[in-house]
Each structure stands twice: as structure tokens, then as C-alpha cells.
Design a protein around this ligand. Sequence first.
Ligand code: SF4
Length: 321
Amino acid sequence: MKNNFEFWTHFAEFLTYLELPPRSDGLEKNPFSMLVSKHFASKIKKGDWNDPLLRQVLPSIAELREVKGFEDDPVGDEESVQEDGILQKYVGRALVIATPACSIHCRFCFRRNFPFHADPTLTDRLDCWLEKHTDIHEVILSGGDPLMLDNETFQNLVSVILKHESVGTLRIHTRTPVTLPQKLLETEEKSHFSCLQKAATQKKIVFVSHVNHPQELDEASGKVFQHLRSIGVTLLSQSVLLKGVNDNVQTLVALSQKLFEQGVLPYYLHQLDHAKGVAHFEVEDVHAIKLMNEIRNLLPGYLVPRLVRERPHDGSKQPLF
Ligand code: SF4
């Protein structure tokens, strides 16, 4: 793995690296900046505008179109805020926006317009909040990507969650195994992996990795999952159904099979959340359901993810299939 913690942030340089001709795509007017880890970029086929990984990360002029029904806060994050950075959407579970940082800016991100800010008081406030909310049995670290936190902040946050007896499960939502696996392959004492190793002796740990295409899974992601399995972490995946990326039977079947090869069970396949700027990724429900019917005939039931949509005010994600 070369260029471990390096990123592509400059559009023209990124195109040169990919051996693609220059173009602008209105990037100067796009408020959501370009960010691609060099590890993720190394899996993009050069010279191909239609590469399914490139389509997820390359800013497009289509993001600047206003489309009715596509809004800043498509899943009601803001009205679920209990305290700055602490959200509760569902009974017994709390979601912590641990950091605004990601190792990649997915162009279809449902939080692309979220008013993020890093808050050094979050860990202490979460401690007090959990003290008062003993009905919370699962804490979900999200973001951004919680594994982008520096080791010390991550360890402090995890320690605070571990000390609350009412919390039985720590869940981590992350894209790191496919975008920056080095964050979990470090073996030094002060690493995210050693922190999770200790945590797994005290609580159930569930790792939900965001993966949209089988080409994202490589030797490094396989090693990450192997490490995590060896310490007893439950490994699930979530994917977003994306036009031009994974909206065909062959890709979805290969994704489930490759996840399973790496020890991960497919969990959710999300219909696109209607954030402003992402409408060009939309797959019609009727096509999504047809795909699910077809993949169900080709895979064992345990490899068929649940096709769901998240809407504000629903008590859970709603199955479409
Ligand atoms: S890694 Fe997750 S939070 Fe970050 S841009 Fe991608 S989808 Fe959004």
C-alpha cells in the first residue's frame, strides 16, 4: 500500500493521474469539495470516465442542478438532535456525529449539506447524556467517518461509551476498510485497532462498512476484516443503490459474494436519500425492486441485503421489498 494517508484534493491533478483529459465540471461553484484517498483512487481504472469508483467521487456539474424534493436534510437529522453531535432517531439507540472528517467525499452523500463542526466537548457531553439516558443500549458512532478521529480522541470517546453499563453495543459506521484501511492495520499500542480490541472484551462491537461496488474490496480490506473478526467484531455492510455504479444484477451479486468472501454479511441496500445535489444517482423504486427479485434468485437468503429507505419521522428504516 503506497501513499498511505495521502489524498487527491485537486481536480485537475486527479484527472492527470487518471489519464483523463481536462474538464471543469463547475467545481469552482460546488460547495462540496473533492476528496479521494489515494488508496481508493488506486482501485479506479485509468482512462475510464465510467469507472464505478470514479463515478462515486468525481464532482459533476449535475450536482449544481436544483431538483424538487432534494433537500439539505433528507433524513431529518437536524430534528433528531438531542445535543450538538448527539442524535436519537430510534428507540434505545443514539447516534453520535463523531467528526466531520471523511477519507473520501462520496458525491451522493446524504450528509453532504450537514452543518458539521468538530466539537472538543463532545466526549464529555456524551458521558453526561448517557448518564441521564439509561434507556440507550446501543451507541452508533457515525460522521463523517469516526475512524478519521485521531487515536487519542477516538480512544477517549470509546472509553466513555464503555463505562456506561446500560450500553451493551457499540456500532461503528465507516467507509475506512475500503478507503483508508491503514487506519486499522496499524498494530502499535495507540491505534484504533488496539482500542477496538480492548473494547471488544467489554461490549458487543458491530462494524457496518459502507461498500458500494466489489471493485472497492481488495487485499487490504480483507486483512482489516480478518483482524476485526479475530477479536470478535460482528461485520456487516451497507450500500447505496446508485445509478451508473451498482444498479445491475451482476454487480450486486458480485458485491454480496465478495463481501462474504471477506467475512462480511450484506445488511442494507439503501435507496438514495434525497439530499440536494445527488438526484443524478437516483434509481427508480420499480427498477430497484426488479433487481432485488432477480438477485434473490441467484443468492442464498443470507447474502441478500434488505432494500430500505430512510424517511424523517419513521420509527425505523422502511423496507421496500
Ligand atoms: S464516507 Fe460516508 S459520510 Fe463521508 S462522504 Fe462518504 S457517505 Fe458521506
